[in-house]
Every structure is written in structure tokens, then in C-alpha cells.
Design a protein around this ligand. Structure first.
Ligand SMILES: Cc1cc2nc3c(=O)[nH]c(=O)nc-3n(C[C@H](O)[C@H](O)[C@H](O)COP(=O)(O)OP(=O)(O)OC[C@H]3O[C@@H](n4cnc5c(N)ncnc54)[C@H](O)[C@@H]3O)c2cc1C
Length: 474
């Protein structure tokens, strides 16, 4: 036996399998095995079916400059769709009233100029409230993105990294993980009102946390509020499924790994089905913080807490009385919230509008929303689905990173990178580096060609004209 074993069938495990098979001409006779404890792949990418319609339940939006995801989508022949509306009707809720709102969208089928005008007025409204801080925030995000783009440099000009710290230092992003987002933004010249309102709304939507998250996670979260966001038609989980398929990996579904034992030249992986696998290389592609894998000898990694996000999907209608309004039609389609103890949810968004009094909503909260509370927030509730995600790390600057090579030998950990920022793309970036590290440390033959340059095309024009569908996934 000379297997290369990957624990976890999410985007990180699937990307590792993909890059391994793409960057080598041969795995030296090794069989590539991927273990997934659940009955399906995708992990934190998955859809939920609410009253017959399917919606993203976990990782839902992808940034236009996330080039691995773009390339995977093209390569797998998947279709992309707009992942959000650039002109969401946003309302910022302080628990008593909406302290700020953008304009409600123009009626469907409105002319091009009317939509442009609407968008312009919204920009002016934001500018009036937040002033130059908006531009400073944009500059902060663009600088981060520019540095992040270095991870797409050609393989000859980009080192293989042994640690996350090196990866981040090489791109100039490490400093952002040492301080909080708030500290970084104050230094960048943002005013406190913008941080307390707009920035807070975004970090609560994207990471369920306050502006005290570390700067890099914060910058990634702010990038998630930019325009041009997209998603894979039919569900982002297909990226993981497709990559696993093209890698020809042997997929062990519903087979969780319980223990990983160092046996000298290889590891013995014992699964919950009682089977054992001898693996010369083992890649852990799941956060180790809440999974119960026994390592012999034990490994030591910094303690990290996962932030739980409760995603609640409701088909029904929001209750205007809860929001101090006289009609549900006056409730914004994307409700963001301030960091105040009495507000029980981070955000609520309309996923789809069936009629004036029948909608599909997605809510994120830090704790479970019980029926009593939902009955106050909603006047009608036909169907409710709840998912409790161990969603992403609870960010706390300065971040500490677990090693990529957990034991100094052939035991690798992709999800240590999540302490920098958790996203579909960061999973792929971390996986690519792990694949390269394995190839170089195992002296596997490298494929002499650069991967195809990712092909970028705009998604905005693919949006259905005049569609009733309002997909404001977060
Ligand atoms: C609610 C929510 C919203 C999000 N929004 C976005 C977004 O809009 N955009 C974005 O880019 N990212 C978003 N993210 C983050 C993104 O989804 C994750 O960063 C990414 O999907 C993580 O992928 P992964 O493969 O590293 O981990 P996972 O997806 O968690 O995959 C790990 C896999 O390992 C399996 N596993 C665990 N233990 C074992 C074991 N012992 N044996 C075998 N298998 C095991 C798990 O079942 C799982 O399938 C969001 C996440 C959540 C939860």
C-alpha cells in the first residue's frame, strides 16, 4: 500500500486532490483516497431545499477576483450566476428602528436609466452618511486583494511555503492578522460611525462576528460586500464534487477517520467502518477544532474556537410590527444589524419573492432562534429549516497558526490557513500550497507546464432581465 489520503471532502480536500493530480505526472503508484464522513461531499458548501426551491445554505458568494474558483467553474463546465444584487435594499437595524436605509429597488422591468439612477442615488446616500470613509474602506480592501492576487503568480516565481506565516509574509498580508479590523480601519482613516455601522453590518453578515475580528479576515469579509459577486448555478458544492471526480480520487463516502497513527514510513488511518488504510501521506482537510480524530503520537496545535452560525430559512412573511412598521412591504430586503446585545440575529435577507406576502428568507444568528422568537419576527411561517454550522474560526488578533506539516513528516493540515480567513478561495489557495509541498517533499515528478491562466468574464450580464427572482445570498 502506498496511498495518499485526504481527510475531508469539502473544497479544501477536493482542491488538494485536484492540484496533486494536476501538478504531478505521477503519484508514484500511490492511490489517492478521500475520506468524507458525511453521505455527500462539499462540507460547508451545501444547499437547502425550502418549499421546493434550492438555496445556498453555507458558503454562498464568490468574489470576482477569486481565480481558482473561476478556473474550477470553467474547467468543470459549471455555469456561474450573479451571487448577489449590487443594489440590495439595505436597512441597518439597531433593535428599535432602521437607522439607515438605501432606496427600495425600482420595480422589475424598469428601464436601464431608472436602474442606473437608482444605483447612483444609493451611492450618494451612502456617501452622505459615511463620507470619505467609504473610499478609504475601498482602498483598504483593494490593497488586500492586490496582495492576495500574488497567490496566483506563476509557479516559478512563487515559492512553496512551509508555514502559513511564510505564505502571508510573502504576500505582505501577515501584519493584518496581528491586529483587529477595527485597529486597521482606524489607522486607514475610517471614522468610528462607519466602523460601528456599515463595517459591523458586513462582518456580522460574513463572519457572524464584530469588528474585533482580525484584520485579514475583516478585509476578506469587506471584499464580500463588493459588486460582481457570483455563485455556481445549482450550488457551490459542485465545485468540490467536480474536482474530486476529475482527480480520479477514490472517494470513501460516509467513512469518517477516527485515528491517525504514525507507523514509521506511513500512517495508519482507522475509520469508523473499522477499516484501516496505510498512507504514506495524510492530508487533514477539515478544521481540527471540533472533530474527534486521535493522533498517535499526539499533535499539538494552538487552541482555536469555531464561531457557530445558525442559518435559519423561513418561507413566510416578516412581521412589520416587530420592526415598528405598518406594512411588510416597507421592510428592507437585506437587514443588517449593529453589535448590540439585544439583537438576536446578525442579518435577514430575502432569497426569493413568491408574492407580496409569501417570501423565502435566510437569517444568520449566533444562537438558535427558537419558535417563540420566530413567531414574533414573522407574521406568517409556513416552513422553517435550521442549520447549526461550525462556520469559521472565531477570529482573535494576533492570530496563531498551526503548522502546515503537523509532525515534521508527511502529515499535512490545510485548514490551518483558515485562521487567516475562511472562504472557498482561501481553502483552494491553502490546498494548492499543500499539494506543491507534498510534491516537493516527496520528490514526485512535476508537470512542466503552468496551469492555464484563469479566464475572467463578467457575470453581471448573465443576470436575468426583469426576473422576479431576488437572490441576495450572503
Ligand atoms: C454559513 C456560512 C456562510 C459562508 N459564506 C461564505 C461565502 O459566502 N463565501 C465563501 O467563500 N465562503 C463562505 N463560507 C466559508 C466557506 O464555506 C468555508 O471556508 C469552506 O467551505 C471550507 O471548506 P473546507 O473544505 O476547508 O472545510 P469543510 O467544508 O468543513 O470540509 C471538511 C469536510 O471534512 C469532513 N470531515 C470532518 N471530519 C472528518 C473525519 N474525521 N473523517 C472524514 N471526513 C471528515 C466534513 O464532513 C466536511 O465535509 C461560509 C461558511 C458558512 C458556514
Amino acid at each position: 500500500d502506498a496511498d495518499i489520503c485526504i481527510v475531508g471532502g469539502g473544497i479544501s480536500g477536493a482542491s488538494t486532490a485536484f492540484f496533486l493530480t494536476n501538478y504531478t505526472t505521477s503519484l508514484a503508484g500511490a492511490q489517492l483516497r478521500v475520506f468524507e464522513r458525511r453521505h455527500k461531499v462539499g462540507g460547508r458548501l451545501g444547499t437547502v431545499t425550502l418549499a421546493g426551491d434550492s438555496f445556498e445554505a453555507g458558503g454562498s458568494i464568490i468574489h470576482p477576483r477569486n481565480l481558482h474558483a473561476r478556473r474550477f467553474t470553467d474547467l468543470l463546465g459549471l455555469a456561474a450566476k450573479a451571487g448577489g444584487d449590487d443594489d440590495d435594499w439595505l436597512g441597518i437595524w439597531d433593535g428599535k428602528s432602521f437607522i439607515f436605509q438605501t432606496l427600495r429597488p425600482p420595480p422589475t422591468g424598469s428601464s436601464w436609466w431608472r436602474r442606473k439612477l437608482h444605483s447612483l442615488v444609493n451611492s450618494l446616500l451612502l456617501l452622505r452618511r459615511y463620507g470619505m470613509s467609504l473610499l478609504k474602506m475601498d482602498k483598504f480592501v483593494q490593497e488586500m486583494l492586490q496582495r492576495f492576487m500574488l497567490f496566483y503568480n506563476g509557479l516559478e516565481s512563487r515559492p512553496v511555503f512551509d508555514t502559513v506565516e511564510e505564505m502571508l509574509q510573502w504576500t505582505g498580508l501577515y501584519g493584518l492578522t496581528r491586529r483587529t479590523l477595527e485597529e486597521e480601519l482606524l489607522d486607514a482613516g475610517l471614522n468610528t460611525q462607519t466602523i460601528a455601522e456599515l463595517v459591523t453590518v458586513i462582518t456580522r453578515i460574513n463572519y457572524g462576528q464584530s469588528t474585533h475580528i482580525s484584520g485579514l479576515a475583516g478585509a476578506v469579509s469587506l471584499a464580500g460586500s463588493e459588486s460582481g459577486l457570483w455563485a455556481v448555478e445549482g450550488g457551490n458544492w459542485q465545485l468540490a464534487a467536480g474536482l474530486l471526480k476529475t482527480s480520479n480520487a477514490t472517494l470513501h463516502l460516509q467513512e469518517g477517520i477516527d485515528s491517525i497513527t504514525d507507523a514509521g514510513d506511513y500512517y495508519v488511518l482507522r475509520s469508523n467502518t473499522g477499516s484501516e488504510y496505510n498512507c504514506t501521506v495524510t492530508v487533514v482537510a477539515t478544521p481540527l477544532d471540533e472533530v474527534n480524530i486521535t493522533f498517535s503520537p499526539p499533535i499539538s496545535i494552538p487552541l482555536r474556537k469555531m464561531q457557530h452560525t445558525h442559518a435559519t430559512f423561513v418561507r413566510g412573511l416578516l412581521n412589520p410590527v416587530y420592526f415598528g412598521l405598518n406594512s411588510a412591504s416597507n421592510i428592507p430586503e437585506l437587514i443588517g444589524t449593529l453589535e448590540l446585545p439585544d439583537i438576536p440575529f446578525s442579518c435577514i435577507s430575502v432569497l426569493k419573492r413568491y408574492s407580496e406576502d409569501d417570501m423565502a428568507y435566510k437569517m444568520f444568528s449566533r444562537a438558535k432562534l427558537d419558535d417563540g422568537l420566530l413567531d414574533q419576527i414573522f407574521s406568517k411561517r409556513k416552513e422553517t429549516i435550521r442549520i447549526n454550522w461550525a462556520a469559521y474560526p472565531h477570529y482573535q488578533a494576533p492570530e496563531e497558526f498551526a503548522p502546515i506539516v503537523l509532525d515534521g513528516k508527511q502529515l499535512y493540515y490545510v485548514n490551518t490557513f483558515e485562521s487567516a480567513a475562511s472562504a472557498i478561495e482561501t481553502g483552494a489557495v491553502a490546498a494548492e500550497n499543500v499539494a506543491r509541498l507534498i510534491i516537493s517533499r516527496r520528490s514526485l515528478p512535476q508537470r512542466g507546464v503552468e496551469p492555464d491562466a484563469p479566464h475572467i468574464k463578467p457575470f453581471a450580464e448573465q443576470e436575468e432581465e426583469g426576473s422576479q427572482r431576488r437572490h441576495v445570498d450572503l
